[in-house]
Design a protein around this ligand. Structure first.
Ligand code: PGA
Length: 263
């Protein structure tokens, strides 16, 4: 049985133009029928990373995109412009965007919709803080419901999904307390949460068959633990920060995903 995976490399505010070619020469080609490697560099590096799109079989995404299509919004980048320089994905609502830059469920909803309008594949990032996890799974579910409800609304109403069957949709579960800390939930906790996210989204959709949902796990993923996460039945990908800056580690994680994908 083959399984499809999406591996996201979230480079955050790291690497410069000069680092890109050496990175890809270490990474090597990442061709696979069932695994897709998506690089999320700083926006000004998208074109540079795009030079390796064909040779290395990678896709590109932005770490953020604007909630408005155009106009007087200094410092923003629109999905259409990002698409025109090679991005085909964008992260929406990464926890650092939410906690440092004030992204809210409301602004994430707008960003998600606009990304679909601009024909980028948005990846909604959700995840709870430690104090919520400590209150137990009911509290986690309640919190995640708040972050997922706007998504469910979009899935039911946005023209992008109308009349579609199995349109791919990726959601990343990244507990805030696991990002960059070396801490992770237990494997049963991750599986329980991913499987709940799947059933929650499908219960909210009037026609669940319009999307094929892929759930990523993110938070302190590394070479050693990636295989365990990817082996969970509900896990179809990883969003990787720190470890994705090391080409050899990323290569190993990607190859693990290709082995587990059956190709
Ligand atoms: P990390 O970051 O792998 O360094 O924990 C993950 C992320 O922020 O997406």
């Amino acid at each position: 049985m083959s399984k499809k995976f999406f591996i996201g490399a979230n480079w955050k505010l790291n690497l410069t133009k000069e680092d890109i070619a050496p990175f890809f020469s270490q990474l090597g080609p990442c061709a696979s029928n069932n695994s897709t490697l998506i690089i999320f560099p700083q926006m000004p590096l998208l074109s540079e990373v795009g030079r390796f799109h064909e040779t290395h079989h990678i896709e590109m995404g932005s770490q953020n995109s604007s909630a408005t299509a155009q106009g007087a919004f200094t410092g923003e980048s629109s999905p259409k412009t990002l698409k025109s320089i090679g991005a085909s994905w964008t992260l929406v609502g990464h926890s650092e965007r939410r906690s440092i830059f004030g992204d809210t469920d409301e602004s994430c909803k707008k960003k998600f919709e606009l990304a679909l309008d601009g024909v980028l594949n948005p990846i909604l990032c959700v995840g709870e803080e430690k104090k919520i996890r400590e209150q137990g799974f009911e509290a986690v579910k309640k919190f995640l419901e708040g972050q997922l409800n706007p998504l469910a609304e979009i899935l039911n109403t946005h023209p992008f999904f109308q009349g579609k069957v199995n349109a791919p949709l990726v959601v990343a579960y990244e507990p805030v307390w696991a990002i960059g800390t070396g801490l992770t939930p237990t494997l049963p906790e991750i599986e329980e949460t991913l499987s709940w996210i799947r059933s929650f989204i499908s219960s909210k959709m009037t026609t669940p068959e319009t999307v094929e949902l892929f759930l990523m796990y993110g938070g302190s993923v590394n070479r050693e633990n990636s295989k365990d996460f990817l082996s969970l039945p509900s896990c179809h990908g990883l969003l990787i920060g720190g470890a994705s800056l090391k080409a050899l580690d990323l290569r190993e994680i990607f190859h693990t995903s290709t082995l587990l994908s059956g190709h």
